[in-house]
Write a protein that binds this ligand. Structure first.
Ligand SMILES: [Zn+2]
Length: 182
């Protein structure tokens, strides 16, 4: 962390990140327990890399390039242009440095064409854990499905990535349809 003294809001935001990271770890465990087949094709090295990614998930949110701008954006009552600009810059930093975000895999070709590359399985699984963490926090493991339905048309994903994402989300829906909390 980059500074010693936090404001009350910074403390709260720090705890939000901490809690999210805990839920991402729990999502990772739930994925392994319930859908071991998703990890079957990973080499030992890839699996260890994934574990490391989960352990360090979103730590860049604590960096000076992200923390303050995210925190201010989260708590502000009125979004000024400066707040918005700083938040956009922080988001850009977050998306550009964290391959668990689908935006990381978007290529803007020189001719202007936007291409979604296939997200490698390791990063895709971390992305699912990131999305699923919110369902865990809310105590409804299928929230991820309605969340995806709301945002899927706004996400630019390759055909292969979309198929894999929807396959995993269907597994979650089938398995946890009736379970409200655990
Ligand atoms: Zn993230």
């Amino acid at each position: 962390m980059f500074k010693k003294h936090f404001s009350e809001e910074e403390k709260k935001y720090y705890n939000i990140i901490k809690n999210h990271r805990k839920n991402v770890k729990q999502a990772f465990e739930l994925l392994q327990i319930n859908f071991g087949e998703l990890f079957a094709n990973l080499t030992k090295k890839q699996f260890n890399h994934l574990k490391k990614q989960i352990d360090t998930h979103d730590l860049s949110k604590l960096k000076k390039e992200e923390f303050k701008a995210y925190c201010i954006n989260f708590f502000c009552k009125e979004k000024t242009e400066i707040i918005q600009n700083n938040f956009d810059m922080a988001c850009l930093h977050h998306h550009r440095t964290n391959p668990h975000h689908h935006q990381y895999w978007l290529l803007k070709r020189n001719d202007g064409e936007l291409v979604a590359l296939d997200i490698p399985q390791v990063n895709l699984l971390e992305m699912i854990c990131d999305w699923w963490a919110f369902s865990i926090q809310e105590g409804d493991l299928c929230l991820i499905n309605s969340w995806y339905e709301t945002y899927k048309d706004k996400m630019i994903l390759s055909k292969k990535t979309r198929e894999t994402v929807e396959e995993i989300l269907n597994k979650i829906k089938t398995k946890f349809k009736k379970i409200i909390s655990f």
